[in-house]
Design a protein around this ligand. Structure first.
Ligand code: PMP
Length: 356
């Protein structure tokens, strides 16, 4: 090995879901929203002029943090925005997880967490979820350097109650607790109501799922002004202009269209309810879904085989070849029509499998 090679930072990167682009494909593999963003977004984009590209954007992203603050009834200095919640989470790891003690997160969770921990050399310990993929709050009572988990969890889709989150917060008042609420709009109550009580709580959300804007890359964190200030200090030490003018305009427009947002989320939840029944009828089981995806397993069919067969039929879902979850498939909720095609395929696959 050459001397300079020794000094290269070596990381095992996160593997994002496949982004195929085949005619007629059904893409249920990366938890995107099957519906377009609010029509107000298209209008905002049309209204942009040449200066939008020529000039630097506002480094404070005030138009967007202001719109988010108004929507959630918090003050503007409680909001941080970034290039997708991945960017917001990466900055929060860098800002808040600086202890010698390990940070804690579940063993089955968003697979980016260990990648950031390795990248920033943050010690970490994973805490095994129970058999039913629920979190045991007692696992988080021990001394640690910080806590992070998604609610609902990914890829299980399981939603934990606010009581459980408060239990974890109660036992972790000396560290930052990050609740990654990428999928919260499809689930129950957000932990936002706990912000008044816990100044060490940081909530991270995204425009990628419930607001149909994965391609635009907008995420945000809401927390106490002190936490947000610390994140901004790190951001300005890195790249001041993270949010481009297009994102600022499109994001502000999207957050203002509450009616569209509610309708879109409602539709996905309805399709999810129907999908649950159909999966159950075919013999699949799954943790009760709280997100815009279902995590399914079948007693008689290997998940990997089904994943491959689906792929050959131009239907994409996500498979994780990892301990404890290698007999599961994560299926994003699509339109009714897409789900019908999925179930038509599953019915005939299972019939063939039974030798009927
Ligand atoms: N958190 C969780 C739990 C996720 O599943 C995802 C989506 N991959 C993200 C954060 C990041 O989403 P985005 O960067 O698109 O906001």
């Amino acid at each position: 090995m050459k001397a300079w090679q020794e000094n290269i930072r070596k990381v095992v990167p996160y593997t994002p879901g496949e982004q195929p682009n085949k005619p007629g494909m059904i893409k249920l593999n990366t938890n995107e929203n099957p519906y377009p963003p609010s029509p107000l977004v298209a209008r905002a984009l049309q209204e942009m002029d040449d200066d939008s590209l020529r000039l630097y954007p506002d480094p404070t992203a005030a138009s967007l943090t202001g719109a988010i603050a108004k929507r959630y009834g918090v003050s503007q200095d409680q909001v941080f925005v970034g290039v997708g919640s991945d960017d917001v989470l990466a900055i929060s790891f860098l800002t808040f997880f600086n202890s010698e003690k390990p940070i804690f997160f579940p063993d089955i969770t968003y697979s980016f967490y260990p990648v950031w921990a390795e990248l920033y050399r943050i010690p970490y310990e994973t805490k095994a979820l129970r058999e039913d993929f629920s979190i045991d709050p007692k696992d988080y009572y021990a001394e640690n350097g910080g806590v992070v988990f998604p609610n609902p969890n990914a890829p299980t889709s399981r939603y934990e109650s606010l009581d459980l989150i408060e239990d974890i917060l109660c036992h972790n008042q000396d560290v930052i607790v990050i609740v990654d609420e990428a999928y919260i709009d499809f689930a129950g109550e957000s932990a936002l109501s706990l912000l008044d009580k816990y100044e060490n709580l940081l909530i991270v959300q995204t425009f990628s799922k419930s607001r149909s804007m994965a391609g635009m890359r907008i995420g945000y964190a809401i927390g106490s002004p002190q936490l947000i200030r610390a994140m901004n200090d790190v951001k300005y030490s890195f790249n001041s202009y993270t949010m481009n003018r297009t994102s600022l305009a499109a994001g502000s427009a999207a957050i203002e269209d509450e009616d569209y947002f509610r309708e879109c989320v409602g539709r996905i939840k309805k399709t999810r309810d129907e999908a649950e029944k159909k999966f159950a009828r075919l013999g699949f089981s799954y943790p009760e879904p709280g997100a815009n995806f279902i995590f399914v397993t079948h007693p008689a069919i290997h998940a990997k085989d089904l994943f491959t067969a689906l792929r050959e039929a131009n239907i994409y879902v996500r498979y994780f070849d990892k301990p404890r979850i290698n007999e599961y498939l994560r299926v994003t909720i699509g339109t009714d029509e897409q789900m019908n095609r999925l179930f038509d395929f599953l019915e005939s696959y299972i019939r063939e499998h039974r030798g009927e």
